[in-house]
Design a binder for this molecule. Structure first.
Ligand code: SF4
Length: 240
């Protein structure tokens, strides 16, 4: 099938897989700007402003491609519903969600630079270098606990968030949030980290090993399942 006829879900998945492989292999972030899979994806978007935003964000080594692939573009599978994201009528909505997610990511990146210390705000310095992730903890950084529709935006004592973070944390950065906008990915690997770990909300701090075990056991709505059946809209998980 010609690339121009592909669904945006397929265009995104082609790019995300290629990009994550390149990052894992250690390619420099700019090398992929000419990759065969990026341009067809960007061409799907009608506005130059959107293409330019996405070019910048999708090539950022911390953008959570793997989680976006799994949530926004992944089929949703609940107890009594299944949503096939390849449905033609969902295509426009998926594109909009990707743009909104990209905007939130850029804003969070800038906020961290402007209001906090990127060297200490999370478990590794956010400086584009491959600092080793922590291993001496129960959390394996799978990111599943951050597949949520929102969290009570209460900062830890002594911390003040930028005003819009209260909206972002509560799930207002996108229309039907399925992934916290503060979750970053580690260079295309299957490791995701909270970009604001040192100042994350109280509810996130209270999420402990036992809660993690329960969450992983329960699974989420984004699991693989044969496509074909379609029921109703995705459910949101809200923490706090
Ligand atoms: S604030 Fe951090 S820990 Fe809390 S849901 Fe978002 S990414 Fe996860």
């Amino acid at each position: 099938m010609p690339l121009a006829n592909l669904h945006v879900k397929d265009l995104f998945q082609r790019f995300a897989q290629e990009r994550q492989e390149a990052l894992r292999a250690g390619e420099a972030s700019g090398d992929l700007s000419a990759a065969a899979s990026l341009e067809p994806l960007l061409a799907w978007f009608g506005k130059e402003e959107e293409r330019s935003l996405l070019r910048r964000v999708l090539l950022d080594s911390y953008f959570p491609l793997g989680m976006v692939e799994r949530t926004i573009f992944g089929n949703a599978d609940g107890m009594r519903f299944f949503i096939n994201k390849r449905r033609p009528e969902l295509e426009r909505h998926l594109g909009e969600e990707l743009v909104r997610t990209a905007r939130a990511f850029v804003r969070v990146r800038m906020d961290i630079e402007q209001f906090f210390d990127p060297g200490t705000i999370t478990c590794i310095p956010i400086d584009g270098r491959r600092h080793p992730l922590p291993t001496d903890q129960w959390c394996i950084l799978c990111g599943i606990c951050c597949e949520i529709g929102g969290v009570r935006p209460e900062p830890p004592a002594g911390t003040c968030y930028p005003e819009h973070w209260y909206v972002y944390l509560a799930g207002g950065a996108v229309e039907n949030q399925q992934l916290c906008p503060f979750l970053f990915q580690y260079f295309g690997g299957a490791r995701f980290f909270c970009a604001i770990h040192s100042v994350k909300p109280v509810a996130c701090r209270q999420f402990d090993e036992e809660a993690c075990r329960t969450r992983v056991k329960e699974g989420g709505v984004h699991r693989g399942r044969p496509e074909g059946r379609v029921y109703r809209r995705s459910q949101q998980v809200v923490r706090g």
